[in-house]
Design a protein around this ligand. Structure first.
Ligand code: SF4
Ligand code: SF4
Length: 180
């Protein structure tokens, strides 16, 4: 196993520390993770619908708020990026944004006020199809974000609904844009 939680380590034995492998090594344990920040800039930003009330406030269902709250716990440690075989072994950095940024995209896509549609980018430039749901990312997340089940799988479903389901496409044409 390439990564172990401190709480799981047998501390009576020597501990080996290694730099992350998915990013260029600089020196000692330091790697260049700047690629991640460039990726983040490519994701379409939050685009809220107009306020629901004249005083500039919105109304949201608590369940919808709770759904995205989990994704906001991310501390950008990039451990999930490091264990993902698409980045770590196959070096698909040009074609796949990795689990951290699928979580970030999910936080925006599932936000109850957001009106943007990121499914075309998820399918093409962000390479969501490369993820084969091995769940390695979920296992290492120190914030215990359920990356695959709660973020990636629902995003994959949105992509399928938008691009491979003709009936869904038709419904979407007649649906108000703010309804996500
Ligand atoms: S579930 Fe997907 S994103 Fe997560 S490590 Fe596996 S291939 Fe990568
Ligand atoms: S492992 Fe968890 S906390 Fe770390 S970057 Fe990935 S999602 Fe965020």
């Amino acid at each position: 196993m390439c990564m172990t939680r401190l709480s799981d380590l047998p501390l009576d034995k020597p501990v080996t520390l290694e730099p992350m492998k998915a990013f260029p090594h600089l020196r000692d344990l330091v790697t260049d993770v700047s690629w991640n920040f460039r990726v983040k800039k490519k994701i379409k930003p939050f685009k809220p619908r107009p306020p629901d009330a004249p005083d500039g406030t919105w109304r949201m269902a608590q369940a919808d708020v709770d759904r995205v709250q989990e994704f906001r716990k991310c501390i950008e440690c990039f451990l999930c990026q490091n264990v993902c075989h698409v980045l770590r072994e196959h070096q698909k950095h040009e074609e796949f944004i990795g689990p951290r940024f699928l979580v970030y995209a999910a936080a925006l896509e599932m936000h109850p006020l957001d009106t943007e549609d990121r499914t075309e980018e998820l399918r093409q430039a962000h390479g969501i199809g490369y993820c084969n749901i091995t769940k390695c990312c979920t296992k290492v997340c120190p914030e215990e974000i359920t990356i695959t089940d709660n973020a990636i799988i629902p995003l994959k479903e949105r992509v399928v609904d938008n691009f491979y389901d003709p009936l869904g496409k038709l419904v979407k044409l007649f649906r108000p844009k703010a309804q996500k």
